[in-house]
Design a protein around this ligand. Structure first.
Ligand code: ADP
Ligand code: ADP
Length: 231
């Protein structure tokens, strides 16, 4: 579903930062793929290269059979509909209700009010927020905000969900419930999930495969049980 080949990313500045130094990885359809590493290792840059929020300096990024690095702006906008994303700090619009936050990407698509409602009603059900649809983000807990983030990311019916430290701002109990929700959508919607984290237990709890990134390079990758049960 996702294939990165020799991806490099250099942030050019007074002192260039070589954030990715030649990363290759393959994510199979329907799996949950974890990327773990310390702060500054390149995780965020890597996940943002998958949807071209960062443009790789070199290398190839293929999502669902399509090479993304060479697409025109219009084609890229189209291709990005297959890729949802959730964030550590949720990135909700504070002036909009839960319902209107989830509606936002659909409004950008020019969907009708009726279509939007038909999409959102089951999504609210799926993330367990039906009774909160007229609440504003400030009236929600962190876990509830992330549920809104997940519903919004799913609104365009993507093939892939990218999770950028999606549980790092949450307490352990809430983290557990969000991970269960991710597992649930992975199974129910056959959604491919890539997540980055600095927390080992997140990887162990829900990932099938893992890559360990250090200083812009993947130093280990494989099945979670193989990578983390070495003597
Ligand atoms: P992680 O997500 O693992 O913490 P990042 O991908 O955020 O790592 O950062 C990798 C390296 O790239 C770090 O040295 C960071 O300071 C640098 N970096 C990240 N974003 C930028 C940017 N926009 N401009 C310059 N350097 C950046
Ligand atoms: P961090 O991982 O540093 O805590 P976030 O994960 O909250 O930060 O956000 C990562 C980046 O995504 C931010 O730098 C922001 O510019 C960008 N961003 C914010 N909202 C959106 C959005 N709706 N779609 C795509 N990118 C966004």
């Amino acid at each position: 579903m996702i294939k990165l080949t020799n991806v490099t990313k250099t942030y050019v500045g007074k002192n260039d930062v070589h954030a990715l130094k030649g990363v290759s990885l393959t994510v199979e359809p329907g799996e949950i793929y974890g990327i773990i590493g310390l702060s500054g290792a390149g995780k965020s840059t890597l996940i943002r290269c998958i949807n071209m929020l960062e443009k790789p300096t070199e290398g190839s990024v293929i999502v669902d059979g399509q090479e993304l690095t060479s697409l025109s702006t219009d084609k890229l906008r189209e291709a990005r509909k297959k890729i949802g994303m959730i964030f550590q700090h949720f990135n909700l619009l504070s002036s909009r209700t839960v319902y209107d936050n989830i509606a936002f990407p659909l409004e950008l698509e020019g969907r009708s009010k009726q279509e939007i409602e038909q999409t959102i009603t089951p999504l609210l059900e799926l993330v367990g927020l039906t009774d909160k649809k007229y609440h504003y983000p400030s009236q929600l807990s962190g876990g509830q905000k992330q549920r809104v983030g997940i519903a919004r990311a799913l609104a365009n019916n993507p093939e892939v969900l990218l999770c950028d430290e999606a549980t790092s701002a949450l307490d352990p109990q809430t983290t557990k419930s969000i991970l269960e929700l991710l597992q649930d959508v992975n199974r129910k919607l056959k959604l491919t999930i890539v997540l980055i984290t600095h927390e080992m237990h997140v990887i162990k709890e829900i990932c099938h495969h893992v890559a360990v990134i250090e200083n812009g390079l993947i130093i280990e990758q494989g099945k979670v049980i193989d990578v983390f049960t070495n003597p």
